[in-house]
Design a protein around this ligand. Sequence first.
Ligand SMILES: C[S@@+](CC[C@H](N)C(=O)[O-])C[C@H]1O[C@@H](n2cnc3c(N)ncnc32)[C@H](O)[C@@H]1O
Length: 336
Amino acid sequence: MMAGHGADAVGGPARHIPVLLDEVLAALAPAAGDLVVDGTFGAGGYTRAILDSGASVLAIDRDPDAIEAGRALEREADGRLRLVQAPFSELDAHVATADGVVLDIGVSSMQIDQAERGFSFQRNGPLDMRMGQAGPTAADAVNHLPADDLSRIIHIFGEEPKARAIARAIVAARGEKPITTTAELVAAIERATGRQRPQDRIHPATRTFQALRIHVNGELDELVAALHAAEEVLRPGGRLVVVTFHSLEDRIVKRFLTARAGKLPAASRHVPETTLGPAPSFTLAYKGHLGASPAEAHANPRARSAKMRVGVRTAAPPMPDMTGEILVSATAGGRH
Ligand SMILES: C[S@@+](CC[C@H](N)C(=O)[O-])C[C@H]1O[C@@H](n2cnc3c(N)ncnc32)[C@H](O)[C@@H]1O
């Protein structure tokens, strides 16, 4: 077994506990000689377990810190692990064929727990939020975007009912002084929402922080592109396993796999569901999604909102690109 499968996993003190690990492994069913793409290396929890099965792994992460922390494991794996710093939307540029692709969407515990990365409303730090540590930051967005754009981002990506008021409060606050820290952003949000009351299930800044993170990292575009890229590289019988943590992402995965399995609802009830079109490029491993067991949800609160969906690649060629359609239907709040 690879070292660090347990308590000494890479990533320093803020250790990331892999979510749905047993379920992911069962779905991927990696075997010696297989090549699996782990598009979200993080602390390497999935990658280690896949390596233990005898398969090789191409592990991708856009965060240079995650890649750096994984170098020791790469050396240990004797040529069976290749680490690449890249966005997972580009996975097909790094591999021609694969037996499995796994994506565990979102941020790692290391990223959340490091105040200087600016992901957490509970830790004061620079308002950054860039997983890849390059390009515009969350501070750039809140200080420069027009109020309407901010409101739309917070409404769509955060599914925040008070988006308009929060955007106005941000614009008022930045008129006094640029917002450069997470604490200053929390204070601006609280001008619109008030402080968290005992009866509030979540902190008033939760949805706005989620929205800005999705915006800064182009997360929905990344996910849709990665699903299409996985369809390109997977061999017939290869598995696509995706774990998501909020409804926007899950809707995207569901929409993609349902369409790719030829199971989109008919546009009209007068049209039969099975009209002739391109052959399905995936079958569904099971109907719907899998979530964490009560024991895992109890042990790891992060697992509570996890949803896993699995597609099995057919021998049919990739189906036509449906990026625009998926993004529109996912962000329109449609539940398909
Ligand atoms: C939830 S963690 C993955 C944890 C991992 N499965 C484990 O067991 O340790 C998500 C990781 O994916 C990376 N990530 C998120 N979106 C990405 C993207 N579009 N391209 C590449 N990496 C991404 C993040 O930087 C983070 O390290």
